[in-house]
Design a protein around this ligand. Sequence first.
Ligand code: 13P
Length: 247
Amino acid sequence: MRRKLAAGNWKMNGTGENLAELSALAKAHPEPGADLLICPPATLLSRAAAAAPSIPLGGQDCHASASGAHTGDISAEMLKDAGASAVILGHSERRTDHGEADAEVRSKSEAAWQQGLTAVICIGETLAEREAGDALTVAGTQLAGSTPDAATGANTVIAYEPVWAIGTGRVPTVEQIGEMHDFLRAELVSRFGEATGNAIRLLYGGSVKASNAAEIFAVNNVDGALVGGASLKAADFTPIITALENA
Ligand code: 13P
């Protein structure tokens, strides 16, 4: 049985005053029936850990190297030191803004594991790729190239985030989500075997909100969500967490 996971990606949003949202979230879910993860900006990690010790935290990126001359970058060890237990890697915004390719995401995932961080590896097709009928091929190629060979259910989570659904309010149909998640599950089982392939959690991400969460969580092989905008406020994220607990 895969435990459900509700993960929030704050992206480049949030300063000290937003930590009250985290405390409110912790208060609203003292004993959550699903795993929680909040990935605030790195500048907030250590304060977030202090503000809401019960909520697991993640970074939004790390460098593939352990340390060195990489101005502005953050290592996996630094994230861990600041209080993170996970890190989002290969988000489409990193792939677009910073030209991250699958091989780099794979190296970063291994760097994260070195520090005991769970890698939340993001994949997903663009609108043009979906309209060309290439969604499964594109996501499958990203999955294969971005996920290292030593992936397990404990060290890796895969987030399927169609680029055209991120921040747009546009969501794939439940049939499209189901087709993709069943396909990704089959790919994982084929590569890693039944036990590991069935243990790695598959999140859906892209315009998840309270109003669509329950129907998305009812889809086969959807083990939770990676939520952007609706994770910034406890009042918006709480009903999504509740929908997952009830799924
Ligand atoms: P939105 O939920 O704002 O669409 O963002 C999704 C996302 O990119 C999470 O990583």
